[in-house]
Design a protein around this ligand. Structure first.
Ligand SMILES: [Zn+2]
Ligand SMILES: [Zn+2]
Length: 401
């Protein structure tokens, strides 16, 4: 069965694998297919369970805090609704989409696709539907939201007593199951179940689909892929230019994101602005240094590393560099995977803002830095998605032929 490697574009023949086997690309070492720990049935079960748990997660009380006899509890969407009401429309839209809407959509669609394959039912458009679930994989972030809630809860309970509600426990289970779904799903198996790959006669020029890696004759360029329905292209169009524009926009927004406050808290009539560094300092000061390190990693190291990495990839595509190709491919994969975790700090705000509403004594509200930071994360993620890693390898492949 021939496929085009999604990392470097080289044509690869994968022999039928038995369990515990892993097929790597011979050019770039990308793991093309992994059998160990992967199972369609397990992925289906985890996906269905995640989808079912998302309902109590969204409806039941998440956390409760007490202060001077008063009590405030929140559901998952409380912080996002509060942001919307206070006029932080962009922030509320981004967080509501990533944290609430897309997880529901993704797990509904994934359960449908995997269930249909399990029952041997191939409906029209199943390939396109699976393509959408893969696309949503990085944008649906219940796991990131959970870590954000955890940091928010740890921050709030420094000064106040709090408890986790039934919605919170459902959320923990749903986020863990969503990670298990990602871990147990082998997309190659699903693609093959939707439509098997063929062994192509050698010699004819070919291209491979940028989503499902199906190999097709080059004369089909511009037509829809017979498996996933996306328009067939040799490479993602204008990948370097688009990635450069998005990364540049992210770089510009990095300044307000770091120098303006993420939140403003009011304590006994005094406004206390809090930037990212202040939040980190507070966590260290309270002895929560593992969380402080986590926030430094997700809010500073990952965004800066992503922009620097993308600059390196784009420069090497333009200079047609053949150096360090495997390192760059590895780094690209990490950047694409880890980027979503930068949202932890923004979700933290959504978690603790609705809990600190004690009029005249203590309150907290989001500030302009939060919107800037959420946009930085969004733009860097969009940049790594727009970039086609195969363009880095084109010089290499051409050299080999
Ligand atoms: Zn490869
Ligand atoms: Zn395709």
């Amino acid at each position: 069965m021939t496929i085009g490697c999604p990392e470097c574009g080289a044509l690869q023949d994968i022999p039928p694998l038995t369990s515990r086997m892993l097929a790597r690309c011979r050019v770039c070492h990308y793991p093309l297919e992994r059998r160990s720990g992967r199972s369609l049935d397990a992925a289906l079960a985890c996906s269905l369970a995640t989808f079912a748990l998302l309902f109590p997660t969204n409806l039941a009380p998440l956390m409760t805090v007490h202060m001077l006899g008063a009590e405030r509890s929140s559901v998952l969407s409380s912080g996002i609704v509060a942001m919307w009401r206070e006029g932080w429309i962009i922030l509320a839209l981004l967080l509501g989409t990533f944290g609430i809407v897309l997880p529901l959509v993704r797990f509904a669609m994934l359960s449908l696709v995997l269930g249909a394959i399990r029952m041997g039912w191939r409906f029209k458009g199943i390939g396109a539907l699976f393509r959408w679930t893969l696309w949503l994989d990085i944008w649906a972030m219940p796991d990131v939201y959970l870590v954000g809630c955890f940091v928010g809860y740890a921050r709030v309970t420094q000064d106040l007593t709090g408890s986790i509600g039934p919605g919170g426990y459902c959320f923990i289970a749903a986020a863990l199951l969503s990670m298990l779904t990602r871990a147990s799903l082998d997309r190659r198996t699903v693609w093959r179940a939707i439509e098997p790959e063929r062994t192509l006669s050698t010699g004819a020029p070919t291209l491979s689909c940028t989503v499902c890696d199906l190999v097709e004759p080059v004369c089909r360029d511009g037509q829809p892929c017979p498996r996933c329905g996306l328009k067939l292209r040799t490479r993602r169009p204008d990948s370097a230019v688009r990635a450069a524009a998005l990364s540049l926009a992210a770089l510009v927004l990095t300044l307000p994101a770091n120098f303006y406050p993420m939140t403003i808290s009011t304590e006994l009539g005094h406004d206390v602005p809090q930037r990212i560094v202040d939040g980190v300092y507070q966590l260290f000061h309270a002895g929560l240094w593992p969380l402080g390190i986590l926030i430094i990693g997700t809010s500073v190291v990952i965004p800066v590393g992503k922009i620097a990495g993308m600059a390196w990839f784009i420069a090497s595509v333009r200079r047609r560099s053949r150096r360090h190709l495997r390192i760059k491919a590895h780094l690209y994969r990490w950047i694409d995977e880890l980027g979503r975790w930068s949202n932890v700090d923004v979700f933290t705000i959504a978690a603790f803002v609705p809990l600190i509403r004690f009029d005249g004594v203590a309150s907290a509200r989001p500030a302009i830095g939060a919107t800037a930071f959420a946009l930085v994360v969004f733009l860097t993620m969009a940049a790594s998605r727009a970039f086609d890693p195969r363009t880095m390898w084109d010089v290499h492949i051409r050299k080999r032929q």
